[in-house]
Design a protein around this ligand. Structure first.
Ligand code: S3P
Length: 173
């Protein structure tokens, strides 16, 4: 079975995905890293040279390539992946989807020290961040909430989250 982790930037998708993959003895694929190795450049560079619209096309193509893979894996997608094209539908049709849910305040705490690392947040001041995240998460949550499993990730260790995901996986045929 393929398992996909979705959620806003800073929600811990890659960390949780890595631990989950380890526990299940599956490979872990991070969609951003997959794109970076395919295009031999960073996500930030793709955003600045091509712009967001072309990045979303590249991201959609990468997702299509991965979904056709014969082997199972844990996939951590980008925060925006579920929102563009029919990506959330693709994820749901081809994997068990998990949303790592945090509220805007919790996300602000996690993200405020690393704005410069994130192309979509790099232009914001610390003061602007809470309003931006509240609005952005509100726009995205309808997609995230379509996941098969919604995990409230605040105040839980990564181990606890992984445990909860494993407990909710559908039985294998
Ligand atoms: C994005 C999230 C990033 C990356 C890109 C756009 C988004 O991934 O794909 O910067 O739109 O939320 P992470 O959620 O892994 O940081």
């Amino acid at each position: 079975m393929k398992i996909s982790i979705v959620g806003y930037m800073g929600s811990g998708k890659t960390t949780v995905g890595t631990e989950l993959a380890k526990q299940l003895n599956l490979p872990m694929v991070d969609l951003d890293r997959y794109i970076e190795s395919k295009y031999k450049t960073s996500i930030a560079e793709l955003f600045s040279t091509l712009g967001e619209i072309k990045f979303r096309k590249i991201e959609h193509e990468a997702l299509n390539e991965l979904k056709n893979g014969k082997h199972d894996f844990v996939l951590a997608v980008g925060g925006g992946t579920p929102v563009y094209y029919n990506n959330m539908e693709l994820l749901k049709d081809n994997s068990f989807t998990v949303y790592l849910q945090l509220n805007p305040n919790q996300l602000v705490k996690r993200l405020e020290g690393e704005l410069h690392l994130r192309p979509l947040l790099a232009h914001l001041t610390k003061d602007e961040l809470p309003t931006y995240i509240a609005k952005h998460l509100f726009e995205r949550r309808a997609y995230y909430e379509q996941a098969d499993l919604v995990i409230s990730a605040a105040d839980k260790s990564n181990k606890e989250i992984v445990h909860e995901i494993i407990a909710h996986l559908p039985p294998r045929p």
